[in-house]
Design a protein around this ligand. Structure first.
Ligand SMILES: Nc1ncnc2c1ncn2[C@@H]1O[C@H](COP(=O)(O)OP(=O)(O)OP(=O)(O)O)[C@@H](O)[C@H]1O
Ligand SMILES: [Mg+2]
Length: 208
């Protein structure tokens, strides 16, 4: 498979999460046709602009922007300093976990802490998909001089009604493994959760 075909496959995978596979294909074909200079190169600005135009015909502005951010990142996977992911489908949980690993590797995080963060990220992402339907996940270094990863998971779902019970350890999570909210809290160095009928936001810091 040529480099350009590999690029196309990755681009289509992202586009396909926002529009149907057929639409993804036609958006890409048209974008390639209208930005011939970008062929074979990593996703260039010209190509991104065409892809954004194509997406805008089928998605809202917010989704288009989220998609373009993801498409742009495909071109610079080594320079991961912060990651913002839209969680919409089950497969995004695995993607979030991989993104956490990518960021950790870019920052030089120790394997034990990578495991911790991957667990936290998949639990938070799973909760979003299971209980809120969709949401966002942001991963970044806490600050320039801090050996710490900041995770923020937020959604606009129904909120957690029995939060006190959960945090008090009186709720038995489905898996019974304690890997849900309370498990996340235990693994984290800093933990904060805000939940209301307008949605839930979990912020976590893990030192490395
Ligand atoms: N983002 C969310 N939006 C709405 N409700 C949530 C959200 N996250 C968790 N909840 C609620 O809080 C409960 C506890 O979540 P937690 O992750 O601790 O356990 P669980 O998901 O039930 O089980 P496990 O994660 O161990 O499989 C869930 O059962 C669900 O009712
Ligand atoms: Mg859970």
């Amino acid at each position: 498979m040529s480099e350009a075909q590999q690029d196309d496959k990755a681009l289509l995978a992202v586009l396909g999460r926002y529009v149907s596979p057929t639409r993804a294909q036609s958006i890409l074909v048209r974008a390639r046709r209208e930005s011939p200079g970008a062929r074979g190169a990593t996703p260039a600005t010209q190509l991104m602009a065409r892809l954004a135009e194509g997406l805008r015909m089928f998605c809202g502005e917010a989704d288009t922007r989220a998609a373009v951010a993801e498409l742009t990142r495909l071109g610079s996977p080594r320079k991961v300093e912060a990651i913002e992911l839209e969680l919409r489908i089950e497969a995004d949980i695995a993607r979030a976990r991989l993104a956490a690993r990518d960021l950790c590797h870019a920052l030089g995080v120790s394997p034990l802490v990578v495991q911790k963060l991957a667990t936290i990220v998949s639990e938070l992402a799973r909760n979003i998909i299971s209980y809120a339907g969709r949401g966002q996940l942001a991963l970044r270094q806490c600050g320039p001089a801090r050996r710490c990863v900041h995770v923020e998971a937020r959604d606009q779902g129904p909120g957690i009604v029995n939060l006190e019970e959960i945090l008090g350890g009186r709720y038995k999570s489905r898996s019974g493994l304690g890997l849900g909210i309370l498990g996340t809290k235990r693994l984290a160095d800093q933990f904060r959760i805000d939940s209301s009928p307008a949605g839930t936001r979990v912020e976590v810091e893990v030192n490395y």
